[in-house]
Design a protein around this ligand. Structure first.
Ligand code: DX5
Ligand code: ZN
Length: 233
């Protein structure tokens, strides 16, 4: 994983067919996904339940790009080694999930993974100011976490603040929730580079019609890249 700020689309498999994850992951990667986003929910930090480490480990052999694991769980620390063993490349914890985010980030890196910290919509950028020298990714939630398919909450002011705090440091800004071709340019223009998208990627497609995923990914990427002024080729 070499660092760059080009736009990366990370489909969330929360919107995939839950009876067919291997094929869904292979389909989105074949159709242009840059990362694969895995949403881990515990029914306590967020009001929904998804994947334990055994499920995530089963996804691993299908992911050829980057497995980006978003923990919406509390506590986090007792599970870090299990998600490392499951093969997470990036492991993101919420700053709101416990009193010792600094320790959590250290533990994620010591376990050999890239460390991310996520901020709920109600949490200000300043909550992670002391972490910018020790993280690889900051994730700005643009929905209240727990479910796919919710409407985008405008957090562009927070993204701008984080982008200014990061400066030249190799830290990604990821956006999670309600990303589609309409909202993607707003956050990319503000400084984001990783765009998680669940419903906007999987909508209308299936493993039998993967070209729909490809069209959905391309539409988000094209809209986002316009906001960077990048050459679309
Ligand atoms: C929300 C999750 C998101 C979710 C995004 O709790 O963290 O990753 O899957 O879904 P969409 O793109 O449908 O808002
Ligand atoms: Zn997520």
């Amino acid at each position: 994983m070499t660092f760059n700020r080009s736009v990366k689309i990370a489909p969330s498999i929360l919107s995939a067919d839950f009876a067919n994850f291997g094929a869904e992951i292979r389909a989105i990667e074949a159709q242009g996904a840059d990362w694969v986003h895995v949403d881990v929910m515990d029914g306590h930090f967020v009001p929904n339940l998804t994947f334990g480490p055994m499920a995530v480990k089963a996804f691993r052999p299908h992911v050829k790009t980057v497995m980006d694991v978003h923990l919406m769980i509390a506590p986090v620390d007792p599970f870090i080694d299990a998600y490392a063993d499951a093969g997470a490349d990036v492991l993101t914890a919420h700053v709101e999930a416990g009193p010792h985010i600094h320790r959590t980030v250290q533990a994620i890196r010591s376990a050999g993974m890239k460390a991310g910290v996520a901020l709920n919509p109600g949490t200000p950028a300043e909550a992670v100011a002391h972490l910018v020298d020790m993280v690889d990714l900051l994730c700005v939630m643009t929905v209240n976490p727990g479910f796919g398919g919710q409407s985008f909450i405008d957090m562009t002011a927070k993204v701008r603040r984080l982008r200014a705090m990061i400066g030249d440091r190799p830290v990604h800004i990821e956006i999670d929730g309600g990303v589609d071709p309409k909202t993607a340019p707003l956050v990319v223009e503000a400084g984001a580079d990783v765009l998680v998208a669940g419903s906007a990627v999987f909508r209308g497609g299936s493993v039998g019609t993967p070209e729909v995923y490809g069209r959905n990914i391309s539409a988000i990427r094209a809209a986002a890249e316009k906001a960077t002024g990048a050459d679309l080729g």
